[in-house]
Ligand binder design. Sequence first.
Ligand code: AMP
Length: 635
Amino acid sequence: MEFAALAERAERVAAHDGDIETTLAVADLLADAGDGGADRGAGDDLSVVVRFLLGRVFPAHDTRTLDVGPALCREAVARAAGPNVDAADVEDRLAERGEIGAVAAAYDFGGQRGLAAFGSGRDALTVAAVDEELRDLAAASGDGSESRKRDALFGLFTRCSPSEAAFLARLVLGEMRLGVGEGTVRDAIAEAFLSPETPTDDSDESDGDHDGPADGDDPELAAPADAVAAVERALHVTNDYGRVAVRARDEGIAGLRAESLRVGRPVQAMLAQAGTATDAVDAFGEVAVETKFDGARVQIHYAPDGAEADDDAPDDDAPDSDDSPLGPRLYSRNMDDVTEALPEIAEFVADRVDVPVILDGEVVAVDDDGDPLPFQEVLRRFRRKHDIDRMRETVSLRLHAFDCLHADGDDLLDEPLRVRHDRLREALPDAAADLTLAGDADAIAAEERAALDAGHEGVMLKNPESAYTPGDRGRDWLKRKPDVETLDAVVVGAEWGEGRRAELFGTFLLAVRDGDGASDPDGRDAAGRDPDDRDAGDLAPPGYATVGKVATGITDEALADLTARLEPLVVEETGTTVAFDPELVVEVGYEEIQTSPTYSAGYALRFPRFVGVREDKDVDGADSLARVRRLAGDD
Ligand code: AMP
């Protein structure tokens, strides 16, 4: 495919603004790029076009980079623009236009050299040639590599039309601005090669004859959901959009399903969302609780007896595609190879693991007692290229592995977490993080306290039945959000305990000050209810509005103390429920404040937790309904 054709098609893609239109336009482009007939051979541009659209020359798992910064790109543009232009001029234009592609296009390099007159006689760039030149450029290293890169880039720019120059400049800086994200490319691959309507005839390169809708119709994607899912899964395990597109085209869904993880080819890390203990219990029932280590993410690949060969790769792009033993390789969260910087972690793994593995974990800096140090310490080690031995003496590291994606020939991504964790413990017991199953928020709180006491950041709450979904920030991993602020509430009622605790109060009714409620002429509460509609247990004294009941976090000792202090304040007793004169102020934690008709404030504390008595406060210092509204985000 000519590079000019790609650049022009990309401009057209960028002009679409609907999700589906964009996807269909990309699908057309991929179908054309991948349409070289039966013997595509060297004419097969599909994988390159897919990567280029995503602003990449190498697949995401490949640690090679162009290493072309904005300054170098500006210099190459300036040189290609002719003797009267310098880098400062390019910079000025950049300040005006805000984007290097538009600046490069405006210089019209072909025109500068008088080539425009030759029209199509120009020595046309092809997609394959640009790809090759950029790969050569990436390989330049050592002394003088910067100027060689500048020369190579200059050479390319001088052969570019305006739209090619814009595409090239954006590509080398990884800023494509086409409005084409990874999700669009995923859907477009499915649409182009796996939809029931995928054309099998030779399509004309220029008119985009993919079976898209006629003008005026509402466009619709035709690829079925299982095709999209197959593409997504293949992307997860290969981490290579170009490869997956070729597989989809050549071998269809079956080919995609045959894709597997490979030791030595990093995948995207699974990510977490913020969530609370109750969120986790509500969503998962039983919750897998792990320590949240405050360090840097690391993905470990190790094949003591040789990485699996990858003979049938659609392109032989990947390094390490032979089956020689692969020493431990460590990758950062962004899939940079950080092995050299962390030699003791690599040694630790090599000494202990005897089957091929892909593990996920966190590297933490520790002090002489092995206690964790703040995250900043680990950063002093993580990307270091020099002085590694000296820093190894200064900052000690420890690995905590928490997941296992592959072990001994088995891909485990689709296995539930608890199974993956068992495999992790088998493979590397010395570094496997503990996983505790907890059935309620109290048990989670206890784990969190233990993790905090040991100097860690908190806890991660995971669905024990969940698969490992690379790159996904889903709801199966929750990083526990700490209680934001506590509330100082007045104890206005209680219920007697049961059984062994029948002599003590067990549950305490909490209220905040409510200046408005007291003066409401109808006697309606803040939840809008008539006094007759409230039950006895929810009767707040005038000037107060109830917000919840607390029964958690109270030690036996505190319970006895609270009972002794509150008994003299009882003003009313109905069954096991009592009401108090408002005098005692307690501090309570909670996970969230929700609107709720249950209490007279119109709000309820979610998962309230007793922190302690506010000895220093009387009721006038207790929190107000106005503050509750603010904390709930309503004011
Ligand atoms: P955050 O960086 O705040 O989004 O939190 C997610 C990060 O916590 C992950 O990317 C890991 O680097 C780190 N982490 C620490 N401990 C764990 C764990 N047990 N499971 C998963 N991630 C963890």
